[in-house]
Design a protein around this ligand. Structure first.
Ligand code: PGA
Length: 250
């Protein structure tokens, strides 16, 4: 049985005051639903503060990106090895904002995925199609290409220690959530694609849905057989909304 995972991606948002307020407000709802795994991905500057605030909590920490190198002359970057010191468990990789705004291609995503696993952290591999690709019925081909790029360089076994997040680009930050049926169709295609290479890994891997998930839409999504949780952006910044998503997963 796959555990539901609710992960907040704070993106480029936060301040010291906001971090302590939001974490303070999330501890009780997370503790009230111990069957749901909860994680938050604040900006790296706040990982130290978040780690301290979460010392007595089961809420896990994630980072939003990692460089593909562990150290060196790479100005402005942060590495998965560094995250180990901050109690980080998950690292997002291949988020559509990184793919588009930072020109990260499939090969870069695959290399970052490897660097995250080499540091014994769990990559959360984000995949998903643009609106034009969705309208051209290319969703399945796009997500399979994005998955194949990671599998070709890291092997199918790498997916045994990873999480997948299906995030249709047209649903991110737009208020347009994919319907549970649309999301379920793609999640099932993802699982079937993986099952062709390893049925056990396909059955066990958590596949999160992301794209304008909120307290009202979460339950319908989580009721679907192949949706194992959510990667939440905007609604993760509001304690009440994020708490409602956590309780929808219980
Ligand atoms: P959103 O972001 O919930 O604001 O659409 C999701 C994401 O980008 O992970």
């Amino acid at each position: 049985m796959r555990q539901t995972l609710v992960m907040g991606n704070w993106k480029l948002n936060g301040s010291k005051a906001m971090v302590s307020e939001l974490i303070g407000a999330l501890k009780a709802p997370a503790a009230a639903h111990p069957t749901v795994s909860v994680a938050i991905c604040p900006p790296v500057l706040f990982l130290d503060q978040a780690q301290q605030l979460l010392a007595d909590s089961a809420i896990a920490l994630g980072a939003q990106d990692a460089d593909l190198h562990s150290s060196g002359a790479f100005t402005g970057e942060n590495s998965a090895v560094m995250y180990q010191e901050f109690g980080v468990r998950y690292v997002l990789v291949g988020h559509s904002e990184r793919r588009t705004l930072h020109q990260e291609d499939d090969a870069t995503v695959a290399a970052k995925f490897a660097a995250i696993q080499a540091a014994n952290l769990v990559p959360v591999l984000c995949i998903g199609e643009t609106l034009a690709q969705f309208e051209a019925n290319e969703t399945q081909a796009v997500v399979e290409r994005q998955l194949a790029a990671v599998i070709e360089s890291n092997g199918i076994n790498a997916l045994a220690k990873a999480v997948i997040a299906y995030e249709p680009v047209w649903a991110i930050g737009t208020g347009k959530t994919a319907t549970p049926e649309i999301a379920q169709t793609v999640h099932s295609q993802i699982r079937q694609f993986l099952a062709k290479q390893d049925a056990d890994i396909a059955a066990k891997v958590q596949i999160l849905y992301g794209g304008s998930v909120n307290g009202a839409s979460a339950a319908g999504l989580f009721a679907m057989a192949d949706i194992d949780g959510a990667l939440v952006g905007g609604a993760a910044l509001k304690a009440d909304e994020f708490a409602a998503i956590i309780s929808a997963g219980a």
